[in-house]
Ligand binder design. Structure first.
Ligand code: SAM
Length: 278
């Protein structure tokens, strides 16, 4: 398993945070009660799988399951529509801006879930693997989810992924262009990623596959809940600078794994004053 040295520089996050104007909510004399959110565990920690039991049979069985899933997806209409969407002139402009250099883009996969227990994570990992096989601008694939077992970790390595041995909490810096593949992650993980890269040049180097940011914005229940707003403040603040392409699930077979997912691209000018105005 590979640790990522890029992510262990936590002091830089504080510096980045200080560069932006943070507009605090107005004080209100009337005291209102809101449910407290559980504080997220935010430290980047060394990680090893909790489930260390494995056998060659169990690994082989999971490799077989993954191969079936990759084959099913590769021959599906969902996948051909997915590839067509990347190649439409509007979307391909955004991809080309970041993939034009001689370097291949790293793909960082967070929150994939258990590929042994559930079909959605298997289909999601299959999509990442097929993208790597079909798109020549995708380079190394790194994966992390704290729920991954030793069996799953070995199978992912067998399929060409490096499993990280550090829980980065989503705080990878986009020093070079990176594709973040984060299917159905918690909002806090997207927010951590944005916060870590909260400067125009880093944000502009991110391609993000994940839950639709537009839908977070449209979610009415957040409005009366400052704690919830606070945990998503970067997602909401980046909205005016985001171009989003919704993934079309096409058939019921792929609905659960990909519903509500979008590609996101950020376009921030050097002189933009990004405000966290909540
Ligand atoms: C809502 S689940 C989605 C799982 C799967 N992608 C799916 O669609 O079924 C969110 C996943 O994020 C993972 N997660 C939580 N904290 C994480 C972290 N710091 N880094 C990467 N993944 C994390 C959880 O373990 C969980 O598997």
């Amino acid at each position: 398993m590979a640790a990522s040295a890029e992510t262990l520089i936590s002091d830089q996050h504080k510096l980045i945070e200080d560069e932006w104007t943070v507009v605090l909510p107005r004080r209100n004399n009337q005291k209102r009660k809101f449910p407290k959110l559980k504080p997220a565990i935010q430290q980047q920690t060394h990680w090893t799988p909790a489930d260390l039991e494995t056998t060659p049979e169990r690994e082989l069985q999971l490799i077989q399951k993954m191969q079936n899933s990759i084959e099913k997806l590769e021959n599906s209409r969902f996948f051909s529509v997915f590839l067509d969407q990347i190649q439409t002139s509007e979307a391909s402009n955004h991809f080309d801006n970041l993939t034009g250099s001689e370097h291949k883009l790293k793909m960082v996969i967070y929150g994939i879930g258990s590929i042994e227990s559930f079909e959605s994570p298997r289909l999601q990992l299959s999509l990442a693997i097929l993208m790597k096989r079909k798109l020549d601008w995708i380079g190394d694939m790194e994966v992390f989810d704290p729920v991954i077992s030793l069996t799953e970790s070995k199978v992912m390595e067998h399929l060409g992924c490096s499993v990280l041995s550090v829980n980065e909490q989503g705080r990878r810096q986009a020093v070079n262009p990176i594709l973040f593949f984060m299917p159905h992650c918690e909002a806090e993980l997207y927010d951590n990623l944005l916060k870590t890269n909260w400067r125009y040049d880093n944000l502009n180097k991110i391609i993000l596959f994940g839950n639709s940011f537009e839908k977070y914005e449209q979610h009415g229940s957040m409005l009366g809940n400052p704690a919830l707003l606070d945990s998503r403040k970067h997602i909401l603040a980046i909205q005016p600078f985001t171009k989003e392409f919704e993934i079309c699930t096409v058939s019921d077979d792929y609905y659960r794994a990909f519903q509500g997912s979008s590609w996101h691209f950020f376009s921030v000018q050097p002189d933009t004053n990004l405000q966290l105005a909540f």
